[in-house]
Design a protein around this ligand. Structure first.
Ligand SMILES: [Zn+2]
Length: 422
């Protein structure tokens, strides 16, 4: 067990604050991003207890790092707590795959993040506080739409992928963001220096090391991560001969969880799950990759402001103003930037998606440009689109989203189709 450099009472502030650490701290292990093996790559060490061991900017747990700080401040959590990882190992083995050692394929997660207890066993034994950034487990998922699918005959129970009671068997994985800054900058076509500076400034100077420690290339950003739901054998994801049905879904709490009917998010998600179940039952494998990017990564406050602006504008809620209203409030139409999204597909070893359940041209382009082949694109059946979501659907199809139906013309886009505020 490592001795803390500055012993302090839990919750008590250290006597002085070191604004940034300095290069050449003894004991920090190097990270060679994209190296062929875990040993050559080196562990990601984001500990706050032994500062000289840190080899990254930021700390673990994404946005929850702020809650951890609150817990320490409140005296509820010892800042020297070290995770006991007994029995936490992944339930399914993912990789390693060739993409793991291609630094152009994965820049926003640590491919070795699920297996640190194994691959960095000796470093852990030597006292380094190395934490998993990925966890893999198994679950049964039970959705009312799937139960309805069974009742209406859209789905069949087989006792393996789907039970008669409507429970689907899944492997699920949670992934925290781990950014290799040179690779992230390359994805966005900016210099690493500019990226570091803007990250520093736009977080109110939260991570000075972004601009003072150019030797630290890895950043653990305080943002949401991703969750994967896998139907069938996870090892089959990497086999292009096995039919893969996949959806990459961006968080929409209002629809996904609460059934709000202004968009198609939950209907699309549950439709994709039904497609994944059917695909797995055909001997294939299914994948839903869920990213915490609420409201096109603009956040829910912005999203609700836009809803009001859409519904109160002169002429009513029309598709021709759909993107403009978002841009008025947020300054951009969308901040999801799908550039980093394919990383998780490469982590799973995916080379081909046979059925992509999505109508987003941005997701399609990002996946294919990253070198993954896409077979068929599956759009949402018309009967699953809520009436109030027609505005969104028309606007997206007119903007070039994938659809098998007619593309609405200018006159059609001017028709108010959204419900008014009551
Ligand atoms: Zn939505």
């Amino acid at each position: 067990m490592a001795t803390p450099a500055e012993p302090v009472k839990p919750g008590a502030a250290p006597r002085h604050i070191r604004l940034t650490s300095h290069a050449g701290g003894y004991g920090a292990l190097p990270i060679h991003w994209g190296a062929a093996t875990a040993a050559e790559r080196g562990p990601v060490v984001g500990t706050t207890t032994q500062r000289s061991h840190r080899n990254v900017i930021g700390t673990h747990s994404g946005s929850y790092s702020v809650y951890r700080a609150l817990a320490v401040a409140a005296g509820a959590l010892s800042r020297h707590h070290k995770a006991d990882l007994t029995n936490t190992a992944p339930t399914d083995i993912i990789g390693p795959y060739p993409q793991w050692s291609d630094p152009s394929k994965i820049v926003s997660l640590d491919p070795w993040g699920a297996t640190v207890a194994n691959v960095f066993e000796s470093e852990l034994a030597a006292g380094y506080d190395i934490r998993p950034t990925i966890a893999v487990t198994q679950a049964h998922v039970i959705l009312p739409e799937v139960i309805e699918g069974l009742q209406k005959g859209r789905l069949q129970a087989d006792g393996t992928v789907l039970t008669a009671g409507g429970a689907a068997m899944v492997t699920k994985a949670a992934i925290e963001p781990v950014w290799w800054l040179p690779g992230v900058a390359a994805r966005f076509g900016c210099s690493e220096n500019d990226l570091r500076r803007v990250l520093f400034e736009e977080t109110g100077g939260m991570y000075p090391e972004l601009v003072t420690r150019s030797d630290l290339e890895v950043f653990l950003p305080p943002i949401g991560g991703q969750t994967l739901y896998i139907f069938g054998n996870p090892r089959d994801l990497a086999n292009p001969e096995v039919e893969l049905t996949a959806r990459v879904h961006d968080e929409c709490n209002g629809s996904d969880v609460f059934g709000s009917d202004i968009c198609t998010c939950r209907p699309y998600l549950t439709h994709a799950i039904e497609e994944c179940i059917q695909g797995a039952q055909r001997g294939g494998v299914g994948l839903v990759a869920y990213s915490r990017k609420e409201g096109r990564a603009l956040g829910e406050v912005t999203k609700f402001l836009v809803y009001n602006a859409r519904k109160r504008q002169v002429g009513g809620d029309t598709a021709d103003q759909y993107f403009a209203r978002t841009e008025c409030v947020a300054g951009v139409q969308d901040m999801r930037f799908q550039e980093l999204m394919p990383d998780v597909l490469h982590w799973l070893g995916i080379k081909k998606i046979h059925r992509l359940v999505s109508m987003s041209n941005m997701k399609f382009d990002a996946i294919t440009q990253s070198g993954i082949e896409i077979g068929t694109r599956v759009n949402i059946p018309d009967e699953l689109i809520p009436a109030d979501a027609r505005v969104e659907m028309d606007a997206k199809v007119a903007a070039g989203y994938f659809s098998t139906g007619p593309v609405p013309d200018a006159e059609e886009l001017r028709k108010p189709k959204g419900r008014e505020l009551t």
